[in-house]
Design a protein around this ligand. Sequence first.
Ligand code: ASP
Ligand code: MG
Length: 403
Amino acid sequence: MSLIIQKFGGSSVADAERVMNVANIVANTYREGNDVIVVVSAQGDTTDDLIAKAEEINPRHSKREMDQLLAAGEQISISLLAMALEKLRIPVISLLGWQAGFNTSSAYTMARIKKIDTERVRSELDKNKVIVVAGFQGINKYDDITTLGRGGSDTSAVALAAALHADKCQIFTDVEGIYTTDPRKVPGAKKLAEITYDEMLELATLGAQVLNNRSVEMAKKYNVELEVLSSLNPVPGTIVKEAAKMEKMLIRGVTKDTDVARISVLRLEDKPGVAFKLFDRLAAKKINVDIILQSAGRRGTKDITFTVNEANAELARECIMDCFPDIDPENVIVDKNIAKVSVVGAGMETHPGTASRMFDALYSNAINIDMISTSEIKISVLVEEEVADKALSAVHAEFFPED
Ligand code: ASP
Ligand code: MG
């Protein structure tokens, strides 16, 4: 007998029919003789709708009341799913985050799980019950409800799996797994049988929105093997696990991110401390900087170019003007018409030539590379946003040719 955690996202429990479908998946797992704990998100767009209601009444609401409100979304879905399981004659109990022992930090709307008191959950398992737990929520030291940040129920599921040393943590969603690239954009996208935690983290930050990043970090830390699979189509999904247990693939996936702005600061004085001053100011404003490039100094000046999220572009411009009050505004160039295309794979650490294959694919399609950055398991290039989809397809076809 195994202990299996099954997490279902909002689209998987969006309406009565889908809730019954989930109940059947859970019931089958239980009838096979397993202990099952289910973690669910709020139905469909419930969380977005609740946020809109709060904005309508008072855009300057407190975060405490926001969490009090948002936790209601998951309360609805756990009770409905429990009723669906009752209908199938499965012994079941639903638990809110605090009832399931989720203790969190006190930061409302972005709390972190500190520890899970597993007593209640264990005693319900001993009674042979299926437990349906509200994801995304917990309780802080003031006995107030907290939530974990958008998409937080993946993290709830992984944290439970870690705390209970579960045998499996299955994340059910509306896609069949993790793909080599976005299947909606590139017809040749292939589903991966497995992927390492590090590769998944790179893909997730690069815009493959399947698993919440924090949940992958936690899974890596506590070595929780994840399976991402579809609640609508019962075929094997993608396993996310430790690198040591699997074959290194040269390239695991290709991604595109259009939420990128490039900022160039031209003709800065070429002296020590200039870069420090600028990036220190950006960090103080909590602006995350991705790619950085500095030109070699010439005739006493140098240029610095970097990228940020589009939402931070204007704030970054202000930081630059504050740092260098004498700068000619014409020398600060902000370009949002930029996208980042990346290849990710743990195998490139040991295989030279990945970069040149990527650049060749772009060159063959007459796509100009604007900036390049690399890490051990990733190569990213910046291109114009208009050609981003073409670049994505070209690079994907190079590493994953149609068979
Ligand atoms: N319901 C929450 C949200 O929409 C948590 C989750 O879905 O994971 O962000
Ligand atoms: Mg852009």
